[in-house]
Design a protein around this ligand. Structure first.
Ligand code: NAP
Length: 483
């Protein structure tokens, strides 16, 4: 018990427990042990955080964008100096491999602050000349922003919202997932260490209903940026819409990986495996449905299974580990229920399908599912169209591009996808027919932070990234001056 960390809210520059003094327990996904306790905050704590953020807004908004960019750079420096700690905490809290936490979570969290600092320095308002007047667009802060984030990429996704929110002159109340609170607290420590003006960044820990919902409905919160599941997003949208808050929803996905007949199987295989199972398949962009041209179906399946069955699943702190644990017992059970459903729907489990064999005793109480590949399901089956969000992929043959596009679009989600082909023109044309916000051709998760990021259909509303984030986190005001 002595290693259990007690985390606090960070409100108005002070570390506080929840007013009700109730706590939520945070468990290690890898071994099921208690690792932290967080305040079980409620609407009263949210009220205090929103009040602090409201009181801080005027001075923060009065800084120039270049001054706020300097603050982001300071935050990036301080965060970078603690990068290894970020990686260790993220791996402990999420169960992901330490190598992934280092290369993705820790690195990208720093990069987010640096990227938006640079965006701020380059930022220019538009001028639109008329024959008799000049229009000048001014970007004003929106006000107090409520930022709600999930557990799969905790600091990566939180920093992706905090950085542009602060840059554009807003103040922040952040509510991270109750299951992964640690690096959000570390970020609050960084804000304190760099002496960010008090009230500009506030952190409220707690669960979705008690702490998240009061934030989305709070009358003094002007903007909600939410990343999480589609069902929760629907509730957030209802709650935020009555107050006409600016709203961005980054939601779930069920993305297709399309492998055309001319694809170079050997060259692309590592990328397909990565797209399938990165972070135990708990990335909204993961390609959980692999559509393969029928002429190469058997050879692809053989090669894919060879690589997947050799993946190293286990101790997240080991540099050799490729797949760690799932986030919680409930989530593991949900993933397993889909594997059972797949069998009921007529699927064949080609590999995986349960906890990995030979997991060391120290990890027996963790939440494990080995990488699972399922064949023989109808493309419109539940397992092939609903988001599982775990290390599970389904395989489907197709006969031509039209059929591949039809299958890819056979889901209510529309977040991402990838196409693998030696004919990049055909790949590019096919990409335009996929109903999703982002399509990669011959790559996956190849991110340029300037480009729009977001989904269509049930995968979300709005876009993040580059100028899309700057636009969302500001109000564009036009001033028309007659000559
Ligand atoms: P989730 O259950 O929807 O939770 C997301 C956040 O919302 C958490 O902080 C949660 O708090 C909070 N929350 C829950 N109910 C709420 C309510 N009624 N009002 C306000 N906030 C509420 O999602 P998750 O399970 O953490 O994350 C996995 C999902 O996120 C997947 O569907 C994945 O595809 C999606 N995702 C999407 C993207 C994207 O960019 N499109 C990126 C990453 C993940 P608690 O956790 O404390 O309950």
């Amino acid at each position: 018990m002595s290693d259990v960390v007690e985390l606090s809210n960070y409100i108005n520059g002070e570390w506080r427990s929840a007013i009700c003094e109730h706590w939520i327990e945070d468990y290690s996904p890898a071994n099921g042990s208690l690792i932290a306790q967080i305040p079980c905050s409620s609407s009263e704590d949210v009220d205090e955080a929103v009040l602090a953020a409201s009181e801080a807004i005027e001075d923060w908004a009065n800084l120039t964008i270049a001054e706020r960019a300097d603050w982001l750079e300071k935050i990036a420096d301080a965060l970078e100096s603690r990068a290894e700690e970020v990686a260790q905490l993220e791996s402990l809290d999420t169960g992901k491999p330490i190598t992934l936490a280092r290369s993705v979570d820790a690195a990208r969290s720093v990069a987010n602050f640096r990227f938006f600092a640079e965006q701020g320095r380059e930022f220019e308002s538009e001028i639109f000349e008329m024959s008799d007047a000049t229009n000048r667009v001014v970007y004003k802060p929106v006000g107090v922003t409520g930022l709600i984030t999930p557990w799969n990429l905790p600091l990566y996704l939180l920093s992706w919202k905090v950085a542009p929110a602060l840059l554009m002159g807003n103040t922040v109340v952040a509510k991270p997932s109750e299951m992964t609170p640690m690096t959000a607290s570390l970020l609050a420590e960084v804000m304190e260490d760099v002496e960010l003006p008090i009230g500009v960044f506030n952190l409220v820990h707690g669960n979705g209903l008690d702490a998240g919902a009061p934030l989305t409905s709070h009358p003094d919160v002007n903007l909600i940026s939410f990343t999480g599941g589609t069902a929760t997003g629907r509730e957030v949208a209802k709650s935020a819409s009555s107050g006409f808050k600016k709203l961005s929803l980054e939601l779930g996905g069920k993305n297709a990986t399309i492998i055309r007949a001319d694809a170079d199987l050997d060259e692309m295989m590592p990328s397909i495996v990565r797209a399938s199972f990165l972070n135990q398949g708990q990335v909204c962009l993961c390609g959980s449905r692999i559509l393969i041209h029928e002429s190469i179906y058997d050879s692809f399946v053989k090669g894919f299974l060879e690589v997947v069955s050799d993946m190293i699943v286990g101790d997240p702190s080991d540099d050799q580990t490729e797949l760690g644990a799932l986030i919680s017992a409930d989530h593991r059970d949900k993933v397993m229920s889909y594997i059972e459903l797949a069998e009921e729907e007529g699927g064949d489990i080609l590999c995986g399908g349960g906890a990995p064999v030979g997991i060391p005793q120290a990890f027996e109480n963790g939440y494990w599912v080995s990488p699972t590949v399922i064949d023989g399901l109808a493309p419109d089956s539940r397992c092939a169209t609903e988001e599982i969000f775990g290390p599970v992929v389904t395989l489907h043959p197709f006969s031509d591009d039209d059929e591949a596009v039809e299958i890819a679009n056979m889901t209510d989600y529309g977040l991402a996808g990838s196409i693998w082909t030696q004919d990049v023109d055909a790949g590019g044309l096919m990409a335009e027919r996929i109903e999703s916000g982002m399509v990669w051709v011959n790559c996956w998760l190849h991110r340029d932070l300037r480009v729009p990021f977001g989904g269509v259909k049930n995968s979300g509303v709005g876009r993040e990234g580059g100028r899309w984030s700057l636009g969302f986190f500001s109000e564009a005001i036009n001033i028309c001056i007659k000559h």
